[in-house]
Design a protein around this ligand. Structure first.
Ligand SMILES: Cc1cc2nc3c(=O)[nH]c(=O)nc-3n(C[C@H](O)[C@H](O)[C@H](O)COP(=O)(O)OP(=O)(O)OC[C@H]3O[C@@H](n4cnc5c(N)ncnc54)[C@H](O)[C@@H]3O)c2cc1C
Length: 716
C-alpha cells in the first residue's frame, strides 16, 4: 500500500466514536470524531503547518512569508537549541541568504574574520607539534567572479537567533506557553511559532492534513488539532513526521558515534588566535584523540568531538569533570577557565528518505528529516536550506492558483537526487578525513571492527566492566603509535608516516571544506523544467571527494550563472548588481533573459502573452553586451510594450573575461527562462525555430505541470 493509502487507511480505522487512539508516545487520547470538524477553533484552514523550528523550518517560513503564504511553526522544545552544531554556510546558501533582508550581510558582519577559520590544523596537541595544515580558501574565493558572495563560518544557534528575529520583524509571534499570553493564540493567524508543541500524529483527507499536537500546561499533558492544506516535516534527523507517514530511510546507519562537548575558554581562544588560528583542529596523542571545532576564537567558544563507543562507554564516562581532563590532554598545558556547558552524544548516518513527498502531495519532508549526512564538508544544513528554497516557490505557485498540486511532486524529483549525491560526497569526505589517522597507524575502521567484535562477537559474553577494560586497553595500545618515540623524523616508521601525511595534505586528499563544483554547480535533470533531450538518460557526475572548480552553465536545471550587471534606466546609476538580483524574491515571477536582437524581442512578446494566459508573472531582462551602450539609453521601450522588463548591461570583471552569452555557453540569439529559485527552467541556445508563442506556451505548461509528459528541448 502506498504511503497516502496508509495514512488514509490509518484515519479510516480510527473513525469510530468515541474511540481510543494509541499514540507512538505511549499515552492515550480520547477523541470524538466531531473534534475533527473543529478547525483551529474557527473553521479556518492554515495554508502551511511546519513541524520543527530548526534552521530549515525557520528559513522555509521566511521564504513562504515573502511570497505572501501564511504558515505556523511547531517546535517541541520550549526554547531554541543553544548547541552550536553547524557552522559552515556554503556559497549557495549564502546566495539564498543574500536575498533575505540583509541576512547574509549580518552573518558576514558577525562571523569571525576569515583568517581565523580558513585552515584545518593537524597536531599532536593544541600546543604541541603541527603535523600539517590545510588552507581551504583559494584566492579566487575572494574574487566574487562566480558568485556575488562567499562562504561563511557562523554557529547554527546564532543563525537561529537571527532567523527568529527576522520572523518577529515579519510579524510572527513566538508563543512560549510560560508567558502571560498563557496557552496559545486562538485562532492561529498563520504567523506564529508555537514553542513546546510536539506533533504526535497526522491524519489526511483530500482536503487537508490534521496534525495532533501535544503540549504540557501546568503539569497536564494536553492536545490540540491543527489543520492545514500542507504539512512540512522539518523536524530533524529523528523526524516524527517521517515515521508517522511510514517513509523509510535508505543508506548506511551508524557510521560513527561521537560525543560533542560544548565549552568556553577565552584563554584557549587567545592562545590559538595568536599562535595557530583555524576552524578545525585534529588532535592525535597517546592520551586522547579528538576534533576541536573553533566556533569563535575571539570569544573562546569551542566544540570538541570525541569518538564514543557504547555500550562499553556511557554518557557518565563524559561528565563535565572528565571532559575537562580530556580537553586539557588535547590542549597539552594547563588552562584555568574551561567552562563545559553541554555534552551531547550523536550518531553519524548517511541516509536519504525513500520519498520526500506523500499523502497526495500534502506532506513533504525537508532538511534532516529527508536526509542525514556525515557533517564532513558541512552539507547537512546547507542542503536542507536549499530544499526549503526549492519548495517555497512551488507551494506559493499552488496556493496562488498558478500551478496544479503536481508541482509539489517535482520537489522530490529535483531534490532527492541532490540529497543522494550530497550523501555520497559527505561519506567520501568523511573517509578522506580517516586517511590521516590511518596513516598514523590508527585506522578508525580497525577501531570500529574491534568494537563490533566486542559487541557482537566473543567479547559480548564477557561482563560489561571487562569489555570496557579490554576496549580501553586496545585503544591505548593503538595510541602508542602516536608517541614522540615513533612519530619523529629520526624514526624510519615515523618519518615514512610523516612523509605520507605531507603527501595527503598537498594532494588535497584529506578532509575538504569547499566543493565549488557541487556547491554552485548542482543541477536538476527533471522536474519543473524543460530538460534537454541529452539530459534524460544522463546521471549526475559522481563525486570525486576533491575540490573542483565550478564552471558556469546555463543548462536547464542549473543555477543561473552570476555576472555583475548595471541597470540602464531613466536614472543612470553606476551601481552594479548580480544577475541573481534580477530574480524577484517576494513574488512568484519568472525571468526571461534575452539579448537586444529583433527575434529575441519577438520571443519576449510571445513569452509575455503565454505567461498572461497561465497567470504567471514574468519579467524580461534585456542584457546588453559590455561597451555597447554609453550612459543613459531608453533601451527596449519601443520593442516591449509591457512594463515588466529591464535593460541591463554587462560589467566585466576583467578585460579578458567572457561575455554573458559565452559564459553561458550559448549564442546571443538564445534565451534563458529562470525560475523564482534562480534555477534555469528552460533555455534555447540560439534562435527559436517555428512559432515563438507556441514554444513559450509549451514551455510554461511543462514547467508548471499542466502536461502529463514534459516536452523535451532539442539541443540546438
Ligand atoms: C557536529 C555537527 C556539525 C555540523 N556542521 C554542519 C555544518 O557546518 N554545515 C551544515 O550545513 N550542516 C552541519 N551539520 C548538520 C546540521 O546541524 C543539520 O543538518 C541541521 O541542524 C538540520 O536542520 P533541520 O532544521 O533540518 O533540523 P534540526 O536542526 O534538527 O531541527 C529540527 C527541529 O524540529 C524539532 N522537532 C523534532 N520533532 C518534532 C515534533 N514532533 N514536533 C515539533 N517539533 C519537533 C526539534 O526540536 C528541532 O528544533 C552538523 C551537524 C553536526 C551534528
Amino acid at each position: 500500500m502506498g504511503v497516502s493509502g496508509f495514512i488514509k487507511g490509518f484515519s479510516f480505522l480510527h473513525r469510530t466514536k468515541p474511540r481510543t487512539r494509541f499514540h507512538p508516545y505511549g499515552y492515550i487520547q480520547w477523541r470524538n470524531f466531531s473534534d475533527s470538524k473543529i478547525l483551529n477553533g474557527n473553521d479556518s484552514l492554515l495554508p502551511v503547518l511546519i513541524v520543527g523550528a530548526g534552521p530549515v523550518g525557520l528559513v522555509l517560513s521566511i521564504l513562504l512569508n515573502k511570497f505572501g503564504i501564511k504558515c505556523t511553526l511547531l517546535e517541541k522544545n520550549k526554547v531554541f537549541s543553544q548547541h552550536p552544531q553547524a557552522h559552515f554556510i556554503n556559497n549557495r546558501t549564502m546566495e539564498v541568504f543574500r536575498k533575505l533582508d540583509g541576512l547574509a550581510e549580518e552573518i558576514q558582519r558577525s562571523q569571525p574574520p576569515v583568517d581565523l577559520w580558513r585552515k584545518f590544523i593537524y597536531c599532536t596537541s593544541l600546543t604541541g607539534s603541527i603535523l600539517g595544515s590545510v588552507d581551504h580558501m583559494h584566492p579566487k574565493d575572494f574574487e566574487k567572479v562566480v558568485s556575488p558572495i562567499s562562504v561563511a563560518h557562523f554557529s547554527q544557534y546564532k543563525l537561529t537567533r537571527i532567523l527568529v528575529k527576522m520572523l518577529e520583524n515579519l510579524g510572527f509571534g513566538i508563543h512560549s506557553l510560560e508567558g502571560p499570553e498563557g496557552l496559545h493564540p486562538e485562532p492561529l493567524r498563520g504567523r506564529e511559532i508555537l514553542m513546546g508543541h510536539e506533533c504526535v500524529s497526522i491524519d489526511t483527507t483530500d482536503e487537508c492534513v490534521t496534525a495532533t499536537v501535544s503540549f504540557s500546561k501546568e503539569g497536564k499533558l494536553l492536545t490540540r488539532k491543527i489543520q492545514s492544506k500542507i504539512l512540512i516535516g522539518a523536524d530533524g534527523a529523528g523526524s516524527t513526521v517521517r515515521k508517522l507517514v511510514g517513509i523509510e530511510l535508505k543508506g548506511e546507519k551508524d557510521l560513527q558515534k561521537l560525543v560533542s562537548v560544548h565549552f568556553w575558554s577565552k584563554e584557549l581562544g587567545q592562545y590559538l588566535l595568536n599562535k595557530r588560528p583555524g576552524m578545525l583542529f585534529f588532535i592525535f596523542n597517546t592520551e586522547a584523540i579528538g576534533v576541536l571545532v573553533a566556533h569563535d576564537l575571539t570569544q573562546g567558544e569551542f566544540v570538541l568531538q570525541i569518538p564514543f563507543y557504547p555500550p562499553q562507554q556511557n554518557l557518565e564516562d563524559f561528565s563535565p569533570e572528565i571532559c575537562k581532563k580530556l580537553i586539557l590532554k588535547m590542549v597539552g598545558q594547563e588552562l584555568l577557565d574551561i567552562d563545559v556547558i553541554d555534552i551531547k552524544p550523536w550518531v553519524m548516518h548517511a541516509e536519504v528518505a525513500e520519498r520526500f513527498v506523500c499523502g497526495n502531495n500534502q506532506i513533504m519532508l525537508c532538511g534532516d528529516a529527508a536526509h542525514r549526512f556525515p557533517p564532513a564538508g558541512g552539507f547537512g544544513m546547507n542542503t536542507g536550506i536549499q530544499d526549503a528554497h526549492n519548495l517555497a516557490w512551488k507551494i506559493a505557485s499552488l496556493m496562488k492558483g498558478v500551478a496544479p498540486s503536481s508541482i509539489l511532486a517535482t520537489y522530490e524529483t529535483e531534490r532527492k537526487p541532490i540529497a543522494v549525491f550530497n550523501t555520497a560526497l559527505s561519506v567520501q569526505n568523511f573517509r578522506a578525513a580517516m586517511a590521516v589517522p590511518a596513516t598514523l597507524g590508527l585506522d578508525p575502521t580497525v577501531a570500529n571492527s574491534v568494537h563490533q567484535v566486542i559487541n557482537k562477537g566473543v567479547g559480548s559474553i564477557l561482563p560489561s566492566g571487562m569489555q570496557k577494560v579490554i576496549l580501553d586497553g586496545i585503544f591505548s595500545i593503538g595510541r602508542t603509535q602516536l608517541s614522540g618515540l615513533i612519530l619523529n623524523e629520526n624514526n624510519p616508521l615515523g618519518s615514512s608516516r610523516l612523509a605520507k601525511l605531507r603527501h595527503i595534505f598537498e594532494e588535497g586528499k584529506s578532509l575538504q571544506l569547499q566543493f565549488p563544483a557541487e556547491d554552485l554547480g548542482f543541477r536538476y535533470l527533471e522536474g519543473a523544467l524543460v530538460p534537454d533531450s541529452k539530459d534524460v538518460a544522463s546521471a549526475l557526475e559522481l563525486p570525486t571527494g576533491r575540490r573542483r572548480d565550478y564552471v558556469p552553465c546555463a543548462d536547464p536545471g542549473s543555477r543561473l550563472p552570476h555576472m555583475n550587471v548595471r541597470v540602464l534606466s531613466d536614472f543612470p546609476s553606476e551601481e552594479t548588481i548580480s544577475t541573481h538580483d534580477l530574480v524577484s524574491v517576494d513574488k512568484v515571477e519568472f525571468l526571461l533573459i534575452i539579448a537586444p536582437v529583433e527575434e529575441s524581442y519577438n520571443l519576449a512578446q510571445a513569452a509575455f502573452k503565454a505567461a498572461e494566459e497561465y497567470k504567471v508573472s514574468t519579467k524580461v531582462c534585456v542584457l546588453w553586451p559590455a561597451d555597447t551602450v554609453t550612459g543613459f539609453q531608453p533601451g527596449s521601450k519601443a520593442k516591449l510594450p509591457w512594463k515588466n522588463y529591464t535593460d541591463v548591461i554587462e560589467v566585466k570583471s576583467s578585460s579578458d573575461s567572457l561575455s554573458w552569452w559565452r559564459t553561458c555557453q550559448m549564442t546571443e540569439r538564445g534565451a534563458i527562462l529562470v525560475r523564482p529559485d534562480e534555477h534555469i527552467a528552460w533555455r534555447s541556445k540560439s534562435s527559436i525555430v517555428g512559432d515563438p508563442y507556441a514554444k513559450m506556451n509549451m514551455v510554461f505548461s511543462t514547467i508548471l505541470g499542466f502536461k502529463s509528459q514534459p516536452i523535451q528541448e532539442t539541443v540546438s
